[in-house]
Design a protein around this ligand. Structure first.
Ligand code: NAD
Length: 481
């Protein structure tokens, strides 16, 4: 099942062992499971040449033909869900229980959705008296996709599917931590009939991404990554007037009112903090709980969190696995230390787990205040901060007191309050009495420092195509002299 070389360029696997070695580590054991090599300048050049050469012909195909390729790729992904999920688990350490339902399946949804609308992309007609005008929706050209390590299959497809549907080609650079899964997406697209060069994958760290964004042959970049990286990549794209989508980090509020269904709210908080060991950008890591239900909420949360089945992510019974790397584990542990130092109340967890692999306990802090480091900075690990609040007005103001604005949620039985609060929260993706569901039918993306642009849904089409306007004169031209 493992990819057979480091890169996938011009329709086939490509190796160049002169590139910096990048060992691939299974986070649950620390074992090296594969070795890939970062792209050398020759590999970067080969990918740019292939994507550039393939673009015009791909764009000239009928939308229905491009769509058919994407839909076939979706079918292949679903047929191979088991093995693709196993690879995702090896690459990231996420439990197979999660990867079976959230990764290749989500990638397949994106391929199917954008495959389905590829044939219906078009412009408009405007009648202007006797004259008229029309618009054409045209591709941007060669798109660069740059991925984070938490959802390597999904990110590769969420970017690739709309890009290809619109007639662009793509060069995707996965995160250096999780290089394997995107190669499978490329392999499957070719098997489904994508012409050589339409979707390429090359490996490497930031400098390979930078080389792709800076190259004059690329027209757009879509990055999923941290806010700090986003600022650099967005600036580089802006300097060259390239299109950009930035899917960045968050510090999202999850607001629980005292009339909420308590069991459901606790489930929401667990999903919003401990799924994928907390490594989800849209997580609701600031859990604001109204004072009246605080102790009941904490008691139920603690009892249920203690039941997490922590173990080998390849075991289907496991529902809480390791973090992606020792490095990410160390970052998480240093935030837990900060929480203790700044006197948040540790309710559950807080320690590295004594077993091989990058495991830390699901951790809950209560009595967290807005000024504490754990309430201000994105941790990207399984650390939940529970904060108290009294009034709706107060919680909305505190929820918005952050430079980030990716997501947010409210749990309440009061219908009008639910809508009032989500309208008042400055974030791109909001849930009422639910958390972190991101089906392909709905737009996903951030406000403020969490990014620009949207993925998924018809909204993504705006970010992978542009309009050409054509004015058609039907009468002789009149001039002043
Ligand atoms: P990161 O910013 O360290 O790296 C992201 C990607 O950018 C990697 O592929 C990296 O090699 C590349 N990169 C780094 N510097 C670059 C440069 N100068 N030019 C071009 N590419 C460069 O992020 P990460 O640690 O891999 O992922 C975690 C972060 O991603 C978190 O902040 C998380 O919230 C965010 N994230 C956001 C979303 C979203 O959809 N909004 C989804 C998942 C993760």
């Amino acid at each position: 099942m493992q990819p057979t070389a480091s890169h996938f360029v011009n329709g086939k696997y490509l190796e160049d062992t002169d590139g910096t070695p990048m060992p691939v580590i299974f986070p649950a054991t620390g074992e090296e499971i594969a070795m890939v090599h970062a792209a050398t300048p020759a590999v970067v050049e080969a990918a740019l040449a292939a994507a550039t050469a393939a673009q015009a012909e791909w764009a000239a195909m009928m939308g229905v033909e491009r769509g058919r390729v994407l839909r076939r790729a979706a079918d292949i992904m679903r047929e191979r869900n088991q093995e693709l999920s196993e690879l995702e688990t090896l690459d990231t350490g996420k439990p197979i229980q999660e990867t079976l339902v959230a990764d290749a399946t989500s990638a397949a949804d994106a391929l199917e959705y954008f495959g389905g609308i590829a044939a219906s992309l078009g412009g408009e007609h405007m009648q202007l008296g006797g004259d008229w005008a029309y618009t054409m929706r045209v591709p941007l050209g060669v798109c660069v996709g740059i991925g984070a390590w938490n959802y390597p299959t999904q990110i590769a497809a969420w970017k690739g599917a709309p890009a290809l549907a619109c007639g662009n080609t793509m060069i995707f650079k996965p995160s250096e931590q999780t290089p394997l899964c995107a190669l499978k997406v490329a392999e499957i697209l070719v098997e489904a009939g994508a012409p050589a060069g339409v979707y390429n994958v090359i490996q490497g760290a930031g400098e390979v991404g930078r080389a792709l964004v800076e190259d004059p042959r690329t027209d757009k970049v879509s990055l999923t990554g941290s806010a700090a990286t986003g600022k650099k990549v967005y600036a580089s794209a802006a300097a060259r007037m390239k299109h950009a989508t930035m899917e960045l980090g968050g510090k999202s509020p999850l607001v629980i009112f005292d009339d909420a269904d308590l069991e459901s709210a606790v489930s929401g908080a667990i999903n919003a903090n401990f799924y994928a060991s907390g490594q989800v950008c849209s997580n609701g890591t600031r859990v604001f709980v109204q004072k009246g239900i605080k102790e009941d909420f904490l008691a139920q949360l603690k009892e249920r969190t203690a039941k997490a089945v922590i173990g080998d992510p390849r075991d289907e019974a496991t529902n809480f696995g390791p973090m992606v790397s020792e490095e990410q584990l160390a970052i998480t542990c240093s935030y837990i230390e900060k929480g203790l130092e700044e006197r948040a109340r540790l309710v559950h967890g807080g320690k590295r787990i004594d077993r091989p692999g990058a495991y830390v306990e699901p951790t809950i802090f209560a009595d967290v205040t807005d000024d504490m480091t754990i309430a201000r900075e994105e941790i990207f690990g399984p650390v939940m901060s529970v904060l108290d609040f009294e009034t709706e007005e107060e919680v909305v103001e505190r929820a918005n007191a952050t430079d980030l604005g990716l997501s947010g949620a409210v749990f309440t039985a009061d219908l009008t309050r639910a809508h009032r609060v989500v309208h008042a929260i400055d974030a791109g993706s909001l849930w009422i009495n639910q958390y972190n569901l991101t089906p392909v039918e709905v737009p996903f993306g951030g406000m403020k420092g969490s990014g620009v642009g949207r993925e998924n849904s018809r909204a993504a089409i705006e970010h992978y195509s542009q309009l050409k306007t054509v004015y058609v004169g039907m009468s002789p031209v009149e001039a002043a002299f």
